[in-house]
Design a binder for this molecule. Structure first.
Ligand SMILES: [Zn+2]
Length: 446
């Protein structure tokens, strides 16, 4: 069984439609865009673009506007752990525009290419898969016509920018490789299966695999307040997030309404809604920067067929676990909760978990970077992180010097004026206006 010890990108070898040089150029543009947005403090160093391609007509159409041509990571600005570049790029508006275009041009053999400066995490891949399935099912797109091309692999991103998505994805790969969804227990058997397997159990130990355990509980074993909420919800999907101290953080219901949404809107399903609400609460009411860190809160639900979007989103939120309350589950709840209406969540789960360009996945995935060449946005991020670390150490040194001196030390300029050392140390903001020597020495004639 080599799959679980092999990097995922090695099977990302599908073929892109159109001109390779165009994609090389666009992919590197995405990296440059990410460099600039990260430099401006907008979010992590990742970028994405959404393209329609027609090889017969030799046309490339960007889903976007001159003002918003490309997207980047917005985790910090949105306070949402999954607001990655690809997810931002597949916003409801862009999905709607894409679907409308394809509806009007369904017989012209258009293909989709999402360009991403980094390899997509499982929650972004779920969004790609759900959109591809929606378009293919509607007859607007051919079966092998949704492409994703990326520049930096998980390993490169970890090495150069210290972001590590692979452990979250590894859970999905293990679910697929170990046949978790084919067993009668499905996700309920995940934890045991992972711990019984030699490879995955050692990957859990080393931090190379991160998962949320899913267990079954009886209604008699849950807090009374939570139990009452389940009774109120009846046979509609519901998720309730509860802090370790028993406080209820959020209640998520399925908020999809096809007549308003116009498109499939899996981000409005119950578990995802509950996660978004809990993060929004921490951000808006408590001013918490890492608003998505729910610090060991527990998620209760009446959904037994948990979908890949709900499961992958939940991985980012630092939950203790997910509890399915057996007494309130039903086939109706599971049917209402399908992330792609009409398809069982377990089917979509397998598509997301499958290695690239294998099995039932509707995606054509292409690694178009160079294992030896780092993303420039990642290098910038690394320098920024190192700079922040150095600044902190300088602050510590300054306070140590102040302690030694029983007060802020001063220093003297050559013209005799004195200043506190703090005027010089940590004044890099001011010295960024340094323009070089303006007066040149004129060589004396001999
Ligand atoms: Zn992602």
């Amino acid at each position: 069984m080599t799959r679980l010890t092999t990097p995922r990108y090695q099977t990302a070898n599908a073929t892109l439609p159109g001109n390779k040089l165009v994609w090389d150029t666009l992919l590197n543009q995405s990296d440059l865009f990410a460099y600039n947005t990260a430099n401006d403090g907008k979010g992590g160093p990742f970028g994405a673009q959404l393209w329609l391609v027609n090889e017969d007509q030799n046309k490339y159409i960007l889903v976007g506007t001159a003002q918003e041509a490309e997207d980047s990571n917005a985790v910090v600005s949105k306070g949402r752990a999954s607001a990655h570049a690809e997810a931002e790029n597949l916003s409801p508006q862009k999905r709607g525009e894409l679907i409308n275009f394809l509806k009007d041009h369904s017989l012209e053999n258009w293909k989709i290419v999402q360009v991403s400066s980094g390899e997509s995490c499982p929650s972004c891949r779920t969004k790609q898969v759900l959109l591809a399935d929606e378009l293919i099912e509607a007859g607007f797109l051919g079966e092998k016509d949704f492409h994703v091309v990326f520049k930096a692999t998980y390993d490169q991103t970890k090495r150069d920018a210290d972001f590590n998505d692979a452990p979250y994805d590894q859970t999905f790969r293990a679910i697929s490789e170990l046949g978790v969804l084919n067993s009668t227990d499905k996700l309920l058997g995940l934890e045991n299966t992972l711990k019984e397997n030699d490879i995955t159990s050692s990957q859990i130990q080393s931090g190379e695999l991160v998962y949320n355990a899913v267990d079954l509980v009886e209604s008699t074993d849950i807090p009374e307040q939570v139990n009452n909420l389940f009774k109120q919800a009846g046979e509609q999907p519901v998720a309730i997030i509860v802090r370790p101290n028993g406080d209820i953080m959020s209640i998520g219901l399925d908020e999809r309404d096809p007549s308003i949404d116009g498109i499939n809107a899996p981000e409005k399903t119950a578990i995802v809604s509950a996660l978004y609400k809990a993060a929004a609460k921490q951000r808006d009411e408590e001013g918490k920067f890492e608003a998505w860190n729910l610090e060991g809160a527990r998620l209760y639900t009446n959904i037994s067929d948990i979908g890949p979007m709900a499961y992958s989103e939940a991985l980012w939120y630092n939950l203790s676990d997910m509890k399915i309350v057996e007494d309130y589950t039903s086939t109706l709840v599971d049917a209402l909760n399908q992330e792609l209406p009409g398809t069982e969540n377990a089917v979509i789960f397998e598509q997301v978990a499958a290695d690239y360009n294998t099995g039932s996945s509707p995606l054509q995935v292409i690694f178009n970077g160079d294992p030896e060449e780092a993303s420039v946005a990642h290098l910038l991020w690394k320098a920024k992180m190192a700079m922040e670390g150095l600044k902190n150490r300088q602050t510590e040194r300054l306070s140590e010097l102040t302690q030694q001196n029983n007060g802020m030390p001063t220093f003297q300029y050559i013209d005799g004026t004195t200043a506190p050392l703090s005027d010089l140390i940590l004044s890099s903001q001011e010295s960024s206006h340094y323009d070089g020597k303006q007066a040149e020495l004129i060589p004396t004639q001999s």
